[in-house]
Design a protein around this ligand. Sequence first.
Ligand code: HEC
Length: 126
Amino acid sequence: MKRIFLILSISAITALSFSMTSFAEGDAVKGLKVFKKCKACHTADEGGKNRVGPNLFGIVGKKAAQREGYKYSKAMIASGLTWDEATLDTYLTKPRALVKKTKMTFAGLKKDKQRADIIAYLKTLQ
Ligand code: HEC
């Protein structure tokens, strides 16, 4: 009985902190709309195809250049990056500022809010 209560309270806390985080950091629903800018090159569904860019399912928390069957630039392979909120934020601001010779030819998202929203959306893809 005690155990059930503990599990319930843990999940309540998790749910609460999750909604607080997503409120403070970005809106995943808006992020889905921003993702339209990425769709020309990326799929986001589980097991989705690699297009011009790699599939992005589960990207948050992963090391860069890990998607099977995708041919990354040497620069991305050598980057040694892990995609957390900070590295994603920098990369999406201006990809070439973080990974100089990346083959992601995307100018970047200049608005802080758009990046926060898209990162919140990417976090839901787990
Ligand atoms: C014009 C095509 C294009 C667009 C648009 C684009 N990307 Fe990319 N993206 C790429 C390519 C190509 C790569 C591989 C980069 C490399 O190997 O250097 C990549 C790589 C990435 C990576 C690293 C993936 C990994 O497995 O390490 C992330 C994260 C990413 N893109 C996110 C985004 C997001 C989010 C958007 C929209 C805001 C976006 N991209 C828009 C082409 C694109």
